[in-house]
Write a protein that binds this ligand. Structure first.
Ligand code: 9WN
Length: 419
């Protein structure tokens, strides 16, 4: 059974492999996405290490001069996705989007390096990636934390990777829709519209893109100019974990300056994370930097915080919080609390389970000594695949498969969990 699932997962990866990068799924997402690639490389690494390194190298070949790694690389034109390169208008030779995504590459590279069977190749390729990943991390703290708080803000919901989370509702309502050029969505012709964001949300996504484009994608200006500036505990945990993993990797490779810088980023970040703890909810929550207030939203972003080295008592509380969620759902971990009024078990990031987030929470809980809950999450992830195949996401109560099918990072996570 186990080998059978791994074989099926490998077939999904093969189907979405475009040679030097993978698409998240055929049709719905026909380009390379940033955090999808980093997490998918973990799957490849189990049976083709060279291919895993290539996935990440391709992504970094499109890093901007200022250090940012964009969230989409439009390698080959395909009008099956909106918004395409003309909307982003970033004027790159090979077009990219203008925003970024959760920086999980530092974590992935260290893990692939540590497990490598071909040590010489791993050392050569990791050494070349090291300064580029570090440049991206520096870009974050320089451009997305201009006041030096230790935590970075996202300026577009797409940057979080949790596009229509309830976390953004209040702040997103402040984003205007006037002046948005008429457009036709393409996602709803590939996936069930009831599983996707609303048209109102799409107008606001596009307003922000147009706004940033009108500022020439100048990252020194975008943070302060954005009406949407959100400090997401999940996003920050990923960045902190990547900084700390990069520090360890740099140390091993004798790159002491990168190691020291990265360690300092991680330590400052961990200390600042505690400002996002919400006693009443028993989990971390977002901070709306534009409005200067905490957002009382019980979403998975506050549980993903466990991916970085939060204090053990906090990790224990996160595990307890997930145990409470398990009273109202069959599969862990729902992206929003099923007892909250905004919960929607089918709609994208407003309730469904995502295997990549499960994997990161479980990994963090294992590191923090919460093996029992980590095991429960891994078991649920595999049960979902057995019941419903390699979907993009799943209803946490019925296991209904949602969004796109034959999904790359879902398959990669199965290979990770079962190995
Ligand atoms: C926008 C590719 C991406 C993921 C995101 C997920 C979804 C895109 C979209 O798909 O977002 O980036 O068009 O809906 O929310 O996490 O990286 O799989």
């Amino acid at each position: 059974m186990r080998q059978d699932l791994i074989d099926q997962a490998r077939a999904v990866l093969a189907r979405n492999d475009r040679g030097h990068y993978t698409v998240p799924t055929h049709g719905l997402y026909p380009f390379q996405w940033n955090w999808d690639s980093a997490l998918s490389a973990l799957g490849f690494a189990h049976y083709d290490e060279a291919r895993a390194w290539t996935e990440i190298e391709t992504l970094f070949d499109h890093q901007w001069e200022d250090g940012k790694v964009p969230h989409i690389i439009f390698h080959e034109m395909d009008d099956g996705y909106f918004p395409g390169p003309d909307v982003w208008g970033t004027a790159r030779r090979i077009p990219t989007s203008g925003i970024t995504q959760p920086p999980v590459t530092g974590f992935a590279v260290r893990r692939i390096f540590d497990r490598a069977r071909d040590k010489a190749m791993a050392e050569r390729r990791a050494r070349a990636l090291l300064p580029r990943i570090h440049a991206w991390h520096k870009w974050f703290y320089r451009n997305r934390d201009p006041q030096g708080t230790g935590l970075v803000a996202i300026i577009h919901p797409w940057e979080s990777g949790r596009d229509n989370s309830v976390d953004w509702d209040e702040a997103f309502a402040r984003v205007p829709t006037e002046g948005v050029a008429p457009f036709q969505r393409r996602d709803t012709s590939h996936a069930n519209p009831a599983h996707r964001p609303t048209d109102e949300q799409y107008k606001r996504y596009i307003w922000l893109v147009q706004h940033f484009r009108s500022l020439g994608w100048d990252n020194t200006r975008l943070h302060d100019a954005s009406p949407f500036r959100m400090v997401d505990p999940g996003f920050n945990a990923i960045l902190i974990r990547s900084c700390s993993d990069l520090a360890d990797l740099a140390q091993q490779l004798g790159e002491t300056e990168i190691a020291a810088d990265s360690r300092a980023f991680a330590e400052r970040g961990i200390a600042a994370m505690d400002s996002l703890w919400h006693d009443g909810l028993g989990q971390y929550v977002c901070f709306d930097r534009a409005a200067g207030k905490q957002i009382d939203s019980p979403s998975i972003g506050g549980l993903l915080a466990a991916f970085c080295a939060i204090p053990h008592a906090r990790a224990q509380a996160v595990a307890a919080r997930i145990a409470t969620l398990a009273e109202s759902a069959r599969f862990m971990v729902p992206s929003h609390d099923p007892t909250a009024p905004e919960y929607d078990g089918l709609r994208y990031w407003r309730g469904p389970v995502w295997l990549i987030v499960n994997y990161m929470i479980s990994d963090g809980l294992k590191e923090a000594g919460q093996a029992g809950m980590a095991q429960r999450i891994d078991t649920d992830s595999i049960r979902l695949i057995e019941e419903s195949g390699f979907a993009e996401y799943y209803d946490p109560i019925t296991a209904e498969p949602c969004g796109g099918g034959s999904f790359t990072w879902t398959a990669a996570m199965v290979i990770e969990i079962l190995n």
